[in-house]
Design a protein around this ligand. Structure first.
Ligand code: FE2
Length: 364
């Protein structure tokens, strides 16, 4: 077996650049059950930005906003709105990760840097991917602190109630028409990922819109990045709508794993999170389509949770509406029961649901 030149232990964190990190942090705590674990800002010597580090099980999100008008962060938010800036990967050697990828053609975003404080050392480096998104490599084997040097441990007085979100299952990027293969090749050549699945417009098309998608995965399968591009349809595809509002390529959705989707989604609904809905008819022939499942039908139907099956098992999934005013980033909640796929059988029902929303926004 060939050597994996870029071993990755999993997702380290995802950093969002947002207009108001303080208020966004409240959303992730109150509605999604994240706990505040660390902070960086003026009080910690960070003059130009404020960052809130939130955690739930293995999931770590950072919300960052600029304190000044003419910074990289402020310009990013001006152009893209709130969105994902950093998909950070947990590695054992951030320097080697940087060398291996840049020597294969990756554009550097940040040369390796050793950050130290009284809790030890973290090494970070970063390369550019689609749009203005970057991959940070984070090496933290010699670190015992709350997050990393530059941040102080911080708890919130808000009484957080976790909702069972476990880890990042996959992260999807939308890229411009004709760019999907280029980015698939980037992940193959530069990061040593393998092409896992291809969906063409026959798999993913409705009366109006179509898209194409390819999924790449790293060696151990812990990191999966589906890449979408728009395909020609009668009306504007949801990918084009995203590109129009994000002003280019970027992260479309983050799929988060749970062990109990009914419980997780019912908490999210109680806390005001809005989900896409599929018509009742979706559930009429559910068992014919997916066979026997362990869950009761009624709660799935009540909460609009979707089911799909592949050769290895089945999965349950649901998609939120966009989580900011621009129709850009949204979340998927997924519970895998053996299935390793992405819910292809739900694509059609789902895209029709998205189109109903696009229609309401006047973008179809
Ligand atoms: Fe997904």
């Amino acid at each position: 077996m060939e050597q994996d030149f870029l071993p990755i232990n999993g997702t380290d964190h995802i950093e969002f650049w947002v207009g108001n990190a303080k208020q966004s942090a409240m959303f992730y705590m109150a509605a999604l059950g994240f706990e505040l674990i660390a902070y960086a800002g003026p009080e910690t010597g960070q003059r130009d930005r404020a960052s809130y580090v939130l955690q739930q099980n293995k999931l770590r999100f950072i919300l960052t906003s600029s304190l000044q008008p003419d910074t990289e962060i402020a310009n990013h938010v001006y152009k893209h709105g709130d969105g994902v800036k950093v998909l950070a990967l947990w590695v054992d050697d951030a320097e080697k990760s940087f060398k291996e990828t840049t020597s294969r053609g990756a554009e550097a975003a940040m040369p390796p840097e050793r950050l130290k404080d009284e809790h030890g050392e973290v090494v970070v480096s970063a390369i550019k991917t689609y749009g203005e998104t970057i991959h940070k490599f984070v090496e933290r084997k010699n670190y015992k602190g709350a997050f990393m040097p530059g941040y102080v441990a911080k708890k919130s007085s808000y009484p957080v109630k976790p909702i069972g979100l476990k880890y990042v299952d996959h992260c999807v990027g939308n890229v411009e028409l004709g760019q999907m293969n280029k980015w698939v090749q980037f992940y193959e050549d530069v990061m040593g990922f393998k092409l896992l699945i291809t969906f063409d417009d026959k798999d993913i098309s409705t009366k109006y819109t179509a898209l194409m998608s390819k999924v790449v995965s790293n060696g151990n399968g812990y990191v999966k990045f589906p890449i979408n591009e728009p395909a020609a349809g009668v009306k504007k595809s949801q990918i084009e709508e995203y590109l129009d509002f994000y002003k280019g390529a970027g992260v479309q959705h983050i799929a988060i794993a749970t062990d109990d989707i009914v419980q997780t989604v019912s908490e999210m609904r109680d806390r005001g999170i809005e989900f896409l809905y599929v018509p009742e008819t979706y559930y009429e022939d559910l068992f014919e389509r997916v066979g026997e499942i362990e869950e009761d039908l009624q709660p799935l139907k009540n909460m609009n949770i979707l089911v799909d099956r592949d050769e290895e098992g089945y999965l349950l999934q649901i998609f939120t509406k966009p989580v900011q005013d621009r129709p850009t980033l949204f979340f998927e909640i997924i519970q895998r029961k053996g299935a390793k796929s992405f819910g292809k059988g739900n694509f059609k029902a789902l895209f029709e649901a998205i189109e109903r929303e696009q229609e309401l926004r006047g973008n179809l």
